[in-house]
Design a protein around this ligand. Structure first.
Ligand SMILES: [Cu+2]
Length: 164
């Protein structure tokens, strides 16, 4: 006789507790932008600079615009490929850039085109050193090009304007 085992898995509704007062993530996001899509494009990248005030691990990304993932770029032989990663460490006080060609947020299966001037809601989930979760909700501006105030490396404006 086979012993049937019933594994009681209580399906506790992990409802997004809107009323649950969750402490804000001790992190700031600056120079955020998401690349506008061209016709037929179903996925896009989102970029920003994150500065954590205490050691944090970025463990999740979500957007109502589509399916969001955290990606990294990595050389595979001669080919640059991107792949999903499940975490990104943010050392305290140290800017971590999510940028084209590096770590970035990827939003796939977009429900609608992303028009320049619009914004895309993104929620980042972090884990603290104590293992607690913190969230940061952002409205990421949609743009065809990176924002100018990105600081640091200033584009060499005025060069190469050699059109005939
Ligand atoms: Cu990607």
């Amino acid at each position: 006789m086979t012993a049937f085992r019933f594994i009681a898995a209580p399906l506790l509704a992990l409802a997004a507790g809107a009323a649950c007062a969750q402490a804000a993530a001790p992190v700031t996001a600056t120079a955020s932008w998401a690349r506008a899509t061209v016709q037929g494009q179903r996925s896009t990248g989102a970029f920003m600079t994150l500065v954590a005030r205490e050691p944090l691990t970025l463990v999740g990304v979500a957007s109502p615009a589509g399916t969001a993932e955290l990606h990294e770029m990595r050389m595979d032989g001669d080919v640059m490929r991107m792949r999903a990663i499940d975490r990104l460490e943010l050392p305290a006080g140290q800017p971590v850039q999510l940028k084209p060609g590096g770590h970035h947020l990827m939003v796939m299966d977009l429900k609608a085109p992303l028009q320049p001037g619009a914004s895309m809601p993104v929620t980042l989930t972090f884990r603290t050193a104590a293992g607690e979760q913190r969230q940061l909700a952002l409205q990421v501006p949609v743009s065809a090009t990176p924002p100018k105030e990105a600081g640091a490396a200033t584009a060499p404006a005025g060069h190469g304007g050699h059109k005939h």
